[in-house]
Design a protein around this ligand. Sequence first.
Ligand code: FAD
Length: 432
Amino acid sequence: MLQFQDTPYWHIGIKKPTFPTPEIPKVIDVVIIGGGFTGLSTALHLLRSGRTVAIFDAMTIGDGASGKNGGMVGPSLHKLGLEGLTTKYGNKKAMAILQEGMHAIEFFKSFITKESIDCDFEMTGRFRGATTQKAIENIIRDSEKLTALKGFHFDVVKKQDIHSEIGSDLYQGGIVYHQDGGLHPFKLLCELAKKVISRGGLVFEKTLVGNTYQTPNGIKVETEKGGLTARDVVVASNGYTKKFARSTRKYFSKRLLPITSAMIASEQLSPDFINRLFPNKRMHGGNHRLVQYYRASPDHKRVLFGARGIDTYDRAIQNGKMLKKHLCKIFPELETVKIEYSWSGKVAYTFDHAPHLGKQDGIYYAMGYCGSGVTRSIYLANKLANRILGIDDYQTAFDDLPFESKPFYTGKPWFMPMVLKWHSFLDHIEGN
Ligand SMILES: Cc1cc2nc3c(=O)[nH]c(=O)nc-3n(C[C@H](O)[C@H](O)[C@H](O)COP(=O)(O)OP(=O)(O)OC[C@H]3O[C@@H](n4cnc5c(N)ncnc54)[C@H](O)[C@@H]3O)c2cc1C
C-alpha cells in the first residue's frame, strides 16, 4: 500500500523563522498581499530604500507555491517559442520577450550571490529528453533558433550517449540547456523572510486581506485582524488569487488560470543508485504535453518528481499514485521504491502564456508565472519595486502585453480537466 506524508519534503528539517506579531500599524508605506517569493523580495527591495512595509499572508509562510516547488531555475523561455511569438508580436518583440528570460536568470544568479543566500543553489543545467525521433528534431530546431539570444547555449545528447545524462531508456535523445539550475525553495523562502524581518519588515501570517479602497489619505486595506492605510499596495498572490479574492481582485482572477501542480519525493536511496539516475545532478524534463519535471534532491538522496495535479484540490493520495505511475515510465526500476512525501500547490497560468506586472486601479501587481515562477518572481519583484520607488530601471518586455481575459471566464478554469485529458491522450498516441 502507498503511504506518504502530505507535508512538502522541502519543509522537513528546515527551521522556519518566527515572526514577531506586533499590532497592525494604522499607517504604512506599502502593504503586500502574499508572502511568497514575489511578496518577500518586493518587500526586501523596498525596505532597503527606506520604505516601511507590511506583508500579509492568508496562510503561513511556506504554504504557498514558493515554499514547495521543484526548485528549478532558468530563463523559462516563453511557451510559444520564437516562431509562435513572432507570429503573434513580430520578430523584434518576440526576441525581446525571450531575451527578458535570459535577463531574469542573470539577475537571479547575481541576486543569490550578492545576498549570500544559502539555498543549495547550483547552475546544474537542465536535460530535456525526447521520446521520439520527431520530437528530438523539433527540440533541436527550436533550440538552434534560440541561439540568437545572448547567453543561450545548448548541447545535443544522442541516443547512444543518453546514459551519460539519465539512467532511463525512455528517450531517443535530448538537449542540455546550460542556463538552468536547481535550489532548495523553502531554504530560499526562509532566507528572504529573515532578511525582510531583519530590515524591519512586518510579516503577518494567517491574516487574510479583504477589500482595498482608495481614500484621500491613501489606500485603505482591510484585513481580518484590522485595517490600515498604505501609500501603495502590491498584490503578490499568484496562484492563490482566486482562493482569497475579494471584489477588488476580481480583475486579476479573471485573467489568471489557477492550476494545481503536485510533487512526490521518494524514500532515501543509495548514492550510487541516484548517481546512475542523475549522473550530472541536472534538472530534468521531457517533451510530454502533460508537463513533468524531476530531479534529485539537493542532498542527492531522493528522487523528486512533479506534474499537474489530478484536479484543483490538494489530493496527496490520488496525486501521489498518479505521479508515481508517470515516474516509473521514466525509471521502471523505481516501481518498488517507496514514495514518502506527496504534496501540491497552486500556480497561475495566463491566456497569453506570459507573466504580467504593472499597476491596475492604483494597485501594483506581479503574477502569472505560468508554472515557472522561481526565477521570474525574484526578477520581476525587483522591477516592480523599482517602479514603486520611481527608479528608472523598471521596464520589461512584458509591460505592454495586454493582460487578457476571455468572455465569461471568472477565475475557475472548468475546462482544464478536459484540456489535461486531451494532452494525456495526445501523449499516449504520440508514444510519449
Ligand atoms: C508543486 C509546484 C512545483 C513548482 N515547481 C517550480 C519549479 O521547479 N520552478 C519554477 O520556476 N516554478 C515552479 N513552481 C511555480 C512557483 O513556485 C511559483 O510560480 C512561485 O513560487 C510564485 O510565487 P509567488 O510569491 O508569486 O506566489 P506564492 O508563493 O504562491 O504566494 C502567494 C501567497 O499569497 C497569499 N494570498 C493570496 N491571497 C491573499 C489574501 N487575500 N490575503 C493574504 N494573503 C493572500 C497566499 O496565501 C500565498 O501564500 C511550482 C509550483 C508548485 C505548486
